[in-house]
Write a protein that binds this ligand. Sequence first.
Ligand SMILES: NC(=O)c1ccc[n+]([C@@H]2O[C@H](COP(=O)([O-])OP(=O)(O)OC[C@H]3O[C@@H](n4cnc5c(N)ncnc54)[C@H](O)[C@@H]3O)[C@@H](O)[C@H]2O)c1
Length: 357
Amino acid sequence: MKKKILVTGGAGFIGSSLVKQLIKEPGNTIINIDKLTYAGNYETIRELEKLGNYFFEQVDICDESKVSTIIKKYKPSNIIHLAAETHVDNSIDSPREFLFTNIFGTFNLLNLSLKYWNELDFKPKQDFRFQYISTDEVYGSLNKNEKSFSELSPYDPSSPYSATKASADHLIRAWGKTFNLPYIITNSSNNYGPFQLPEKLIPLTIIKIIRNEEIPIYGDGNQVRDWIHVEDHVRALSEAMLNGEIGETYNVGATNERSNLEVVNLICEIIDTNFSKEKKIPSKNSKELISFVGDRPAHDIRYSLSTTKILNELNWEAQIEFKEGLTNTIKWYLENKEWWLNIIEKNSQIISRKGIN
Ligand SMILES: NC(=O)c1ccc[n+]([C@@H]2O[C@H](COP(=O)([O-])OP(=O)(O)OC[C@H]3O[C@@H](n4cnc5c(N)ncnc54)[C@H](O)[C@@H]3O)[C@@H](O)[C@H]2O)c1
């Protein structure tokens, strides 16, 4: 079926992977709107400009007039909303932008989508979906032995970031209940893979090792996350777009729980064993670079998702094995230094934070 998909945040880590995957489907047209904040990287997707079925608009999702013009111009069949401020540490240091983009920006898109949807003819109105990419962090923190979160778990966000994501989830459900706007929400666990901004745990650890710098781990490093490869996540988003039920929420995880320290240790081992000589990595024993720093406030202990619903209802499950996905990701960062050096040059603060996560 021909789809015109308006993606927000398509110059970010997950958004760019999604755009690249959706554009491959014959019949799809993609309209990517992104403000290009420090987290957006247009070089990641510039090559798509050659294609006749890809359009980019540099726009802030909070800008009512510009977003309205874009919706009227392109008449999307689907909106997939990923644009957000995403780094928890930033949300602690300066939460304001998180409230604007993650809450007000989502409200703006909902409001304009509803206006547009109400005026559509019967068939496009039936087919339209507003899809939101949320996080497992909305459910809050689990202790080591507690049961994984399901889609019915109550919300209990800890950080300003997760509180704004939870707010957006609530707004979207309210637009569904009150105005019948057809929506789907997915809540994903921690993503990793190529093109992730060097401020997040996995790329930053790799880069610290390449630069022979300390790897500053928050607290004892025993915080547990469920790591999913971005390509698996993007497949789930496609599946939810095509076959998800209106008004439903799907958890997207890989059943791959690891502590931060375990992940960092594994990166050290993979680099030391497979890449150290060939890539001329200065440190022979990368684990010596690990240092522990004071913990982040309200640092969640553990995230864990039950993915039974998405398996049973959409027949989706993660396929990329962690060690293999991690090895390929490390290889990508080693072979694409220019990509991340360019980013670091423009935003030196992203690799000089107190701790990494
Ligand atoms: N990365 C993860 O592990 C993870 C896990 C679960 C959910 N999510 C969610 O997935 C989405 C994408 O995450 P990501 O890791 O790709 O983020 P990212 O930080 O890499 O990219 C965010 C993108 O949004 C754009 N953006 C920010 N503010 C904007 C605004 N006001 N208007 C338009 N564009 C704006 C940025 O320029 C950037 O391109 C986010 O909504 C995030 O909350 C991420």
